[in-house]
Design a protein around this ligand. Sequence first.
Ligand code: ADP
Ligand code: MG
Length: 339
Amino acid sequence: MKRIKILDEKTIQKIAAGEIIERPSSVVKELVENSLDANATNITIEIRQGGKSYIRITDDGDGILEEDLSIAFKRHSTSKLTNANDLYRIMSFGFRGEALASISTVSKVEVLTKTNKDKFGVQAFVEEGKIIDKKPVGCPKGTTMIVRDLFYNVPVREKFLKSDISEANHINDIVYKLALGNPGVSFKYIKDNKIIFQTSNNNDILTNIYTLLGEDFSKNLLEINYEDVDFRIYGYISNNTFYRSNRKHQYIYVNNRYVDNNHISNLIECKYKSIIPINRFPVFVIFIDIDPSFIDVNIHPNKQQIKFINQNKLDSKLEYIINSQLNKNLSIPKKEFHE
Ligand code: ADP
Ligand code: MG
């Protein structure tokens, strides 16, 4: 008997899903990014038990046409790329067409959606990537995705999930980052029936910082705002009297996408070296808007790592902006802040 076999389709799907959906917070991230891509201005995120039993994302975006619904849950199905060249100018959060397929392979999904064109909305139930029930419903324009019993059919993965509190913390982290990075969208976050926060969609970064990070932050930040032909760089950096004992509050967004970029963080930290105590870290919320053909976001499935084609140019711009703002605003430190 031959020992090498091709895996069956169900197993292939579960393996692929496992790469994209690692834990409940991955579901939240993917679904909220879909809502943002659908031009939502109001997004509600509700989770129960750390997202293990229940995740609901409701948006007032474009909605999904009924005829597109079943294909939306198939792998590599996307409305965001039409040809390979589009890969080099990505402005949307999604483009791989894998999230809905993956999520619906490892959980029970309910979707309610309505576009502007339709009179009625549609409600559908999806399991193992397939629509098992579908009916018309009355609902407002937009989309609601409810994800129940994550990993119910992947016992190994379920076992590796942490406590409800710990999984909820992972979700908090993602939700704060998404809300902070999209001040034009109102986010409402509900955890175990309690409203945790609601942001406004007035496009004001500082109001958002106040709501999400608190008054202390909003009072101790310096505004940056720079624009040239290559970049727009704007947001807030802490003054020399406000710092933290870790790097948790360093937010960098490129075209509104939160990115992990140690290179940029280090570069900014260097500018604070002589003006804040040792082993303390500046706080910043920085937005970099750039022509999407000058970055590569397709490095990792979670798209949090990106590459800049013009890294040197960006570095020198950032150094200049941070330096000049800090030098203009040096003040005598009041007291050390401990978190
Ligand atoms: P991707 O985001 O990479 O395109 P997904 O699997 O996340 O892939 O979504 C597949 C498609 O389903 C999207 O391209 C989009 O057309 C549609 N879709 C998903 N979520 C929403 C939503 N909340 N509102 C409108 N359309 C959506
Ligand atoms: Mg997506």
